[in-house]
Write a protein that binds this ligand. Structure first.
Ligand code: HEC
Ligand code: HEC
Length: 456
């Protein structure tokens, strides 16, 4: 087992698999003092920070001028109807880009339906909002400015006002050089998204440990890492260096008494099986972000552990990935909290230097189109990741995984939706139209399959 895992490490492509298999390597909690060398090596590979953020979209490359404009817009209260509220009122750097409140409060002081989520590490997020209803940062950014109960500012009026202001005109022109007026709704949204793409959470002691400094973690913190990956099962969903898989799960939070039920991902997908599912948040900078969860219902990190170990409401939509009847003893809890603390930067840490995402890569060389392509979904990954079909060819996606998926293609000239696809089921789609499409899972949207349909 160890030899196989280490091979996986070398190939570097099996991190998800690895994270899922680490439990097998971890000594039973309680006896886990310092980890073995093999366990350390496997964990270090699973948690290495990427060298750079993923590429920005081709139509919104992250330039310094663009990100600076976005930053200025983000902190500027004149974007709100009252002139008193900026994006940063609810996404405060000192609170890990949340706001310390159970539910966000809009321009009128009224409580919103959900808590302000962190905006760290969203360059990697395929879908935004707790329920994933916006695809990409550009699609998300206009919503809070216009939302009546958030900033309450019609964008047309805002754009007209900024367009009349020479300082804004100059800043937009620097960020969006070229012909035509630069102060537009699209450019405002692009600038905000470009800045958000640079928000990569700062390095912490945990990263020093990952890079080989054994002394960077105390024995309790190191044991907590093993509990996180082993008996507590947290790493199944809070996976990789940012501690999220960007997927949607029902983790069994009780419904908020007296409030209309918030069903999360289910209504967005039109699938009742995804009811109560919300997005896995990054655990980076989490210690600054209490209270926790989409509804702000858990006031402290200890309350979060009480929830996972003993508070989970059993219902049909509960994620199969969630450990059932998890029990954690006092030492495991203390070690877990100590470990989670190492993912948050020091209290006086400044915002990190901006990370500049690379430009979009050149498309990979074409594949030879085939009449029928069969794709696996084992371990919440498509394999292969790209297929090419002849027009009229058949795409066959097998659920050979242990969890349900919801495969979709959502492009203007081609829509497909598998509905809930349980383990053992196969979808088979004939694709008549030439073009390039992306198939993704509505529940685990990091799963992305590139489908090219072209004549041979
Ligand atoms: C009144 C408080 C408030 C203001 C002001 C506000 N937000 Fe938010 N923001 C929220 C809440 C609440 C959510 C979650 C809403 C949901 O999931 O339905 C959210 C979600 C987001 C997300 C998605 C995060 C994720 O993990 O998916 C981003 C990005 C974001 N806001 C950026 C912005 C930007 C940019 C602005 C300014 C233009 C802004 N917000 C203004 C409260 C606010
Ligand atoms: C089945 C996937 C899954 C597992 C396993 C899991 N989580 Fe989560 N976690 C989530 C999701 C989804 C949310 C957001 C849920 C919501 O708000 O409704 C979340 C939220 C959190 C939050 C709150 C973050 C915030 O910003 O509000 C913390 C802290 C957390 N989890 C820690 C843990 C720990 C510690 C474990 C192991 C004991 C764990 N999680 C296991 C999926 C998971």
């Amino acid at each position: 087992m160890r030899a196989r895992l280490l091979d996986g490490l070398l190939s570097g492509a099996l991190l998800v698999l690895l994270a899922a298999s680490l439990g097998a390597l971890v000594a039973p909690a309680g006896s886990a003092d310092a980890g073995s060398a093999a366990e350390d090596a496997a964990l270090r590979a699973a948690y290495r920070r990427p060298a750079e953020p993923p590429p920005a979209p081709a139509d919104n490359p992250t330039t310094a001028a663009r990100a600076q404009l976005g930053r200025r817009l983000f902190f500027d209260p004149s974007l709100s109807s009252t002139g008193a509220m900026s994006c940063s009122s609810c996404h405060q750097p000192a609170h890990g880009f949340s706001d310390g409140l159970p539910l966000a409060r809009g321009a009128g002081g009224k409580a919103l339906r959900r808590r302000s989520p962190t905006i760290w590490n969203l360059a990697w997020a395929p879908f935004l909002f707790w329920d994933g209803r916006a695809e990409g940062l550009e699609a998300q950014a206009a919503a809070p400015i216009e939302a009546h109960e958030e900033m309450g500012q019609p964008l047309e009026a805002l754009i007209a006002r900024m367009g009349g202001d020479p300082a804004w005109r100059a800043a937009f022109a620097a960020a969006f050089p070229g012909a035509g007026p630069a102060v537009t709704k699209d450019n405002l949204v692009r600038a905000l998204a470009a800045w958000e793409r640079t928000l990569v959470s700062p390095r912490t002691r945990f990263d020093a440990w990952v890079e080989g400094d054994d002394a960077a973690l105390s024995p309790a913190e190191r044991r907590g890492l093993s509990v996180f990956n082993g008996p507590a099962g947290c790493a199944t969903c809070h996976e990789g260096w940012a501690f999220t898989d960007h997927a949607f799960y029902d983790i069994g939070l009780p419904l908020r008494p007296g409030a209309p039920p918030d069903l999360g991902r289910g209504p967005v997908l039109g699938e009742a099986r995804a009811d109560h599912a919300f997005k896995t948040p990054t655990l980076r900078e989490a210690m600054r972000r209490a209270p926790y969860m989409h509804d702000g219902s858990l006031p402290t990190i200890e309350a979060v552990l009480d929830h996972y170990a003993g508070g989970v409401v059993d219902r049909p939509t509960l994620a199969p990935e969630l450990p059932r009847r998890l029990a954690l003893d006092a030492r495991q809890r203390a070690d877990l909290v100590a470990f989670l603390d190492t993912l948050t930067s020091a209290p006086d840490a400044a915002l990190p230097e901006m990370a500049t995402p690379p430009a979009a890569p050149a498309p990979p060389p074409g594949l030879a189109p085939v009449a029928r392509a069969r794709v696996s979904q084992r371990n919440r990954q498509f394999a292969p990741l790209r297929v090419a079909l002849v027009p009229g060819g058949t795409l066959e996606i097998v659920n050979d995984d242990t969890t349900a998926h919801n495969i979709r293609i959502d492009s203007p000239d081609l829509q497909r939706n598998s509905g809930i696809q349980d383990p053992g089921q196969t979808v088979s789609w004939r694709i008549p139209t030439a073009g390039r499409y992306v198939a993704f899972c509505g529940i685990h949207p990091k799963m992305r399959l590139e489908v090219t349909v072209a004549a041979p």
